[in-house]
Write a protein of this length. Structure first.
Ligand SMILES: Cc1cc2nc3c(=O)[nH]c(=O)nc-3n(C[C@H](O)[C@H](O)[C@H](O)COP(=O)(O)OP(=O)(O)OC[C@H]3O[C@@H](n4cnc5c(N)ncnc54)[C@H](O)[C@@H]3O)c2cc1C
Length: 591
């Protein structure tokens, strides 16, 4: 619910009184979100942040939860080309957008034992460079993109690649947050819910001021870049590609040839295999600065020639464009290797076009990587089918990452013992003919066949069911979020951090329970129970038991309304799987 004019005036007055500059209107990097009325405030100090959060929360305390005002942090606000919010989803949206631009949010300070205090707005690439050059340290896990901020990347459980590596959030040893009521809180592993909170904080527990990150002593990286066909890639994956080297990532450029899965002469895959080496080793083939200008020129040329517009208008050009231009530039024709500073090799891609649409599914993989082979094959077959109908949905590339992952909360890389995580990232340009249909087909495949979780900063399929995908971890997360707010005397439903994107994630369950008072809830409970009574199939042997349960609920609905349990105990996929056949039948009495 937007602020009314009086609130808006009051809010702008608070900004003015505290010397907080602001402007109106906000766009993310890819410009798929264009929020014209948003008030965008540049926050220079922690005190300013506290004032803004307190003001928004005070507004919300006076109104119903459904009418609350929202305020979120978004990366950006510095006068630099890539100082932007890199999420495609509406996760950073709010009536008020905060850019944490002050020194307090840009600090980099080594603490004890390779732990470095890092301000929330420090970009991952800037951090990597300073760690390497000033403190002789590196980040063992980081995104390929250097421009995302540490708080923003961790919020969405962001990841890089590395067989033995956690997600980026797995490096967090402690976090300091500003709560919606303005209080400042630091949490670390001594907090029993730390793992649940850090794995994907989602910006829901407070505005992150800084993080203490675990680093390792600096090394260089030696990287082999192998040019392959898709068929060769599949063979190498089957032979242990992802397990044999510590850091492996893959880029596959679809060329839409009918024999793409078997033709070994189409070299449209590049495999990056990196190994840490001593910092004293001499650089080989390394000129990161030139490489950046080369990539930048390529992106600028594409944008000024409006290549993606051309492809949208003339999709029949896409196969040749992918085969003769993208493959040639991005994959090359022969194997190569480089050896150089860790930050340069990790963040080898430094220029990005704005006109991109991205879907990243993360799924568990076994050491033999059979799930990855299945996914590559399925996606390539699907693209071939689309090509038969003259549709070529992917105009950039498909990126594969392989890492160990991080357990806890709504982490997209939660994994069982001995398993790994594959990030399967499909990147195209906006509005390509057939891309929407391809995306739908892929979401069906990845969610249902591989139990994948979508990257919350990229694309969440409309049918995605968080509770089903995350099982018990979802319930734990909700409970942790509720307990956190109760402990800090904040009403979750009135938190300005809860925007529409996250409200959908929480599925309204939490809010409804808190919002309704007990008498109103009892009426609802009774109504639902009576509704169910009339639906019971009395031929089922468990019908009588269920009928008795429902009658009991109708007799004393207040007791159930007060209970912290859901009416029939939420059945997550996990606990359904553990049920006996009899218990499952009992769940099917209604219908
Ligand atoms: C070209 C491109 C390449 C990408 N490459 C990768 C990749 O290699 N790996 C990967 O995992 N992802 C990648 N992404 C996705 C991107 O990393 C995530 O969406 C990430 O969350 C963006 O972080 P950000 O710093 O831009 O923050 P934003 O996108 O602005 O924010 C992300 C979320 O964090 C919240 N937030 C931000 N700052 C704070 C704070 N201080 N306190 C509390 N909450 C906060 C925001 O409200 C929002 O909910 C890529 C995206 C693009 C466009």
């Amino acid at each position: 619910m937007p602020m009314d004019q009086a609130e808006k005036n009051e809010f702008l007055k608070v900004l003015e009184d505290h010397h907080i500059t602001h402007e109106i209107g906000w766009k993310n990097f890819s410009e798929n979100i264009d929020d014209k009325p948003a008030i965008v405030a540049k926050i220079e100090t922690i005190q300013q942040l506290q004032v803004v959060m307190r003001t928004l929360y005070a507004f919300n305390e006076k109104k119903a939860e459904s009418e609350r005002n929202t305020g979120r942090t978004a990366a950006g606000g510095d006068n630099k080309k890539y100082s932007k919010s890199f999420s495609f989803t509406a996760c950073a949206e709010g009536e008020v957008i905060l850019h944490l631009t002050g020194k307090a949010f840009k600090e980099i300070k080594p603490l004890a034992e390779n732990i470095v205090l890092t301000g929330a707005s420090v970009e991952v690439g800037v951090l990597a460079r300073i760690l390497y050059e000033l403190y002789n340290l590196v980040l063992q896990a980081a995104s390929l993109i250097p421009y995302v901020t540490v708080a923003g990347l961790a919020a969405n459980a962001g990841h890089g690649s590395g067989r033995d590596q956690p997600s980026f959030a797995g490096l967090i040893a402690a976090m300091t947050l500003c709560l919606p009521n303005g209080d400042i809180v630091r949490i670390d592993a001594n907090d029993e819910n730390f793992e649940t909170i850090r794995a994907a904080h989602l910006g829901l527990f407070g505005v992150v001021i800084n993080m203490e990150l675990q680093c390792i002593p600096a090394k260089k990286l030696k990287c082999e870049m192998d040019v392959r066909s898709l068929a060769e890639l599949i063979e190498e994956v089957q032979q242990g590609l992802f397990i044999n080297d510590p850091y492996v990532s893959v880029m596959y450029v679809p060329t839409y040839q009918p024999d793409e899965l078997t033709n070994k002469s189409i070299k449209n895959v590049i495999i990056y295999r990196s190994t840490p080496v001593a910092k004293e080793e001499n650089d080989v083939n390394m000129n990161a600065v030139l490489s950046h200008f080369g990539q930048d020129a390529e992106v600028e040329m594409g944008e000024s020639l409006h290549i993606t517009d051309l492809l949208r208008k003339h999709p029949n050009l896409i196969p040749d464009y992918m085969k003769y231009i993208v493959s040639q530039f991005a994959v090359g024709v022969k194997d190569a290797h480089v050896l150089g500073p860790w930050p340069d090799v990790t963040h080898y891609r430094t220029a990005f076009p704005r006109d991109i649409d991205d879907t990243d599914y993360l799924f568990e993989a076994s050491a033999d990587a059979k799930e990855i082979v299945a996914a590559i094959t399925r996606v390539a077959e699907s693209l071939t089918e689309f090509a038969k109908h003259k549709q070529y949905p992917i105009t950039d590339a498909i990126y594969l990452r392989f890492f160990k992952g991080t357990n806890g909360g709504l982490s997209t890389s939660a994994h069982a013992e001995g398993r790994y995580i594959c990030g399967f990232d499909m990147v195209s340009s906006n509005g390509m003919h057939g891309y929407k249909e391809f995306k739908n087909e892929m979401s069906h495949y990845f969610l249902n066949e591989l139990n994948a979780k979508p990257h919350p900063g990229k694309f969440i399929p409309p049918e995605f069911n968080y509770r089903k995908a995350y099982g018990k971890a979802y319930d734990e997360f909700i409970k942790t979020l509720q307990d956190w707010h109760t402990k800090h005397h904040i009403e979750l439903g009135k938190s300005p951090l809860l925007n529409a994107f996250h409200e959908q994630m929480l599925n309204n369950n939490v809010l409804m329970r808190e919002e309704m008072d007990v008498p109103r809830q009892s009426v609802e409970v009774k109504k639902i129970a009576e509704g169910f009574k009339s639906q019971i199939n009395m031929e089922n042997p468990f019908a009588e038991i269920l009928l008795k349960d429902l009658e009991e609920i109708c007799r004393q609905p207040e007791a159930y309304a007060r209970s912290s349990q859901t009416l029939f105990g939420g059945s997550t996929t996990d606990n359904m799987n553990n049920q006996s056949v009899e218990e499952k039948q009992r769940h099917c009495v209604i219908v």
